[in-house]
Design a protein around this ligand. Structure first.
Ligand SMILES: C[S@@+](CC[C@H](N)C(=O)[O-])C[C@H]1O[C@@H](n2cnc3c(N)ncnc32)[C@H](O)[C@@H]1O
Length: 447
C-alpha cells in the first residue's frame, strides 16, 4: 500500500543541495541508527480535515490519521492491545484507535486540547434531535437581542466577558455577543445530552470567527479584514458535520471501546498514577523543539470556554509543558545556562555551538531534552514485554543551529534501555525545502 523510497539512493542526487538536506544526511550517517524513508502522502493535519471526527477541530501541528493507521498496521496492533498517546493533542491517535476498536488512553497537559479530544470520543446519536432545538433557540435569541449592547447580554445571562488580553481585538463586539449567546444556551441543563457536540461546534467557531489570519500555522491578528462573520452559520455548519459523521459511524456499527479516554496530565511525571496496566504500544508526537506554544495558540478558546481561572494559569501550564516557550517560561529560561546532567551531556549535539550563540535558545533546547528524558524514565516502568512505540518529531533550527531531535531522542531511549529499532523518515509535502518528519521507532529490549 505504501510506496517505499530508497533514502540512500537519493543521497547522491545532484538536485538536493540545500543545507538542511546536507545536515539531515550527515546526522543520519553519524547517528549509527537504522533509517528508512516512506512516502505515505500527506502526514500533516490536512490529512484529517476530510475525515470523520478528525475534522471537528483543526490543530495545525497534529498529524494525519493516515500516519496512525500506518503504525497500527506496521506494529500489527490488535483489539487485545493497549495503546498510549502521552502527548495526545487533539486526540488523533485515540480517535483512530477507537475507530479500530482498540483500547487506548491519551494524556494531554493543555485542558482545551484534552477537552477537544475527549469530547471527540463520544459517538452517541440518541439525542441528536435536540440539536435542532438548540439551533432554533440560538437563532431566535441572536435575532431578539440584535439591538442589545454587549453589557446587556452580559447582564441578561449573568456572565462575564472572556478574560483574554485585548478581547475586542480578537472578536468584533457583535460577534462576541452572538458567541456568548450560543455558549450560554449551550450551558442550559436541557441541552446537557448534546453538550459535547455543541461545545465542539462553539470551540471551532470561536476561532473561525476571530479576527485572525486564516490558514496560518500560528495565530496572527488580521485587524483590517472585511469578512462577514456569521456566528450562527458557523455553528450550524459545524453541528451538521458532527451529526453527519456520527450517523455514518453508527451505520458502520463500530464497537466503540468504552476504554478509550483522554485525561489531563503531565507525561513527564509518574505515569503509574494515571495508567493501571502495562503499555503495549505508543503512537505519539511530542512537541518539537521549535518554540511553538500550544497554550499560546489555544488561548482564545481556553478563555472563551472558561477553562482557566485567571490569565496567569495559561503561562503556568506553558511552563510545565514540554517545549513551553511563552511568558514566564521565557523569563525562567533567560537566566543562567542550564547545567546538563553528565549522563545525557554526550547526546546534546547542539549544546556547545548553541550556548555560544544564544543562551536562551540553548536553555530552551536543553529543558526540552531534559523533560523528554524524564518522560522516557517514567515510561520504562510501565511497558509490557512486547512493547513497541513511535515518537514522531520534526527537525528544527534554533539560532541557525540544527537540532537533530530524532537522533538525540534515539540516544535518550537507548540510554534508558530501549532498543531503537529504526528511524523512519516521512517525506513532507508541499514545501520547497526538504523538511522531514521522523518516527523514532522503539521497542522493549526483551521483545
Ligand atoms: C505535537 S502535539 C500532539 C499532536 C497530536 N499527535 C495530534 O495529532 O493532535 C504535542 C502535544 O503535547 C502536549 N504536551 C506538551 N507537554 C506535555 C506534557 N508534559 N504532558 C502531556 N502533554 C504535553 C502539547 O500540549 C501538545 O498538545
Amino acid at each position: 500500500m505504501f510506496q517505499q523510497l530508497s533514502l540512500f539512493a537519493e543521497k547522491n542526487d545532484d538536485h538536493l543541495t540545500n543545507d538542511l538536506t546536507k545536515c539531515f544526511y550527515q546526522s543520519i550517517a553519524q547517528s549509527g541508527f537504522n533509517y528508512e524513508e516512506f512516502d505515505i502522502g500527506d502526514i500533516t493535519f490536512k490529512g484529517g480535515q476530510n475525515e470523520s471526527v478528525h475534522r471537528w477541530y483543526r490543530l495545525t501541528p497534529s498529524y494525519s490519521p493516515n500516519l496512525v493507521r500506518f503504525f497500527i498496521n506496521r506494529f500489527k496492533i490488535t483489539k487485545n492491545d493497549f495503546v498510549l498517546d502521552p502527548f495526545s493533542g487533539r486526540g488523533t491517535t485515540i480517535i483512530e484507535c477507537q475507530k479500530h476498536g482498540i483500547k487506548s488512553l491519551g494524556i494531554e497537559i493543555n485542558p482545551l486540547l484534552q477537552q477537544v479530544g475527549s469530547k471527540s470520543l463520544l459517538w452517541d446519536i440518541n439525542h441528536i434531535n435536540l440539536v435542532n432545538n438548540y439551533l432554533e433557540e440560538i437563532l431566535n435569541l441572536i435575532t431578539k437581542y440584535q439591538e442589545y449592547s454587549l453589557e446587556d447580554i452580559i447582564k441578561t445571562f449573568n456572565t462575564r466577558i472572556p478574560i483574554i488580553h485585548n478581547v475586542f481585538r480578537w472578536w468584533k463586539i457583535d460577534v462576541l455577543k452572538n458567541l456568548i449567546i450560543c455558549r450560554e444556551v449551550m450551558n442550559q441543563e436541557k441541552y446537557d445530552a448534546i453538550h459535547e457536540y455543541t461545545w465542539l461546534s462553539i470551540n471551532k467557531a470561536c476561532l473561525d470567527c476571530a479576527n485572525i489570519h486564516r490558514n496560518h500555522p500560528t495565530i496572527t491578528f488580521d485587524d483590517h479584514h472585511q469578512r462577514e462573520i456569521d456566528v450562527y452559520a458557523e455553528i450550524s455548519n459545524n453541528l451538521k458535520n458532527i451529526i453527519d459523521d456520527l450517523l455514518s459511524l453508527n451505520q458502520q456499527q463500530i464497537s466503540f471501546s468504552q476504554f478509550n479516554s483522554i485525561i489531563v496530565g503531565n507525561s513527564t511525571n509518574i505515569l503509574e498514577q494515571k495508567i493501571d496496566h502495562p503499555i503495549d504500544f505508543i503512537i505519539t508526537s511530542p512537541p518539537y523543539p521549535n518554540r511553538y506554544s500550544y497554550v499560546h495558540q489555544t488561548r482564545p478558546q481556553l478563555h472563551f470556554l472558561e477553562l482557566l481561572e485567571d490569565v496567569s494559569q495559561a503561562t503556568e501550564i506553558d511552563l510545565q509543558a514540554i517545549g513551553g516557550t511563552w511568558g514566564r517560561a521565557t523569563s525562567v529560561l533567560q537566566k543562567n545556562l542550564i547545567i546538563v546532567p553528565d549522563e545525557i551531556k554526550p547526546y546534546l549535539s547542539y549544546y556547545h555551538e548553541l550556548k555560544n550563540q544564544n543562551i536562551l535558545m540553548c536553555n530552551y533546547a536543553t529543558k526540552y531534552f531534559i523533560d523528554m528524558w524524564k518522560h522516557i524514565k517514567c515510561l520504562k516502568q510501565m511497558i509490557s514485554n512486547h512493547f513497541q512505540g513511535v515518537y514522531v518529531v520534526g527537525n528544527s533550527r534554533l539560532s541557525n543551529v540544527e537540532i537533530f531531535t530524532e537522533v538525540i531522542l534515539g540516544h535518550l531511549f537507548q540510554h534508558e534501555g530501549f532498543e531503537v529499532e529504526k528511524i523512519i523518515s516521512f517525506r513532507k509535502r508541499g514545501g520547497k525545502k526538504r523538511l522531514y518528519e521522523t518516527g523514532v521507532c522503539i521497542k522493549n529490549i526483551r521483545n
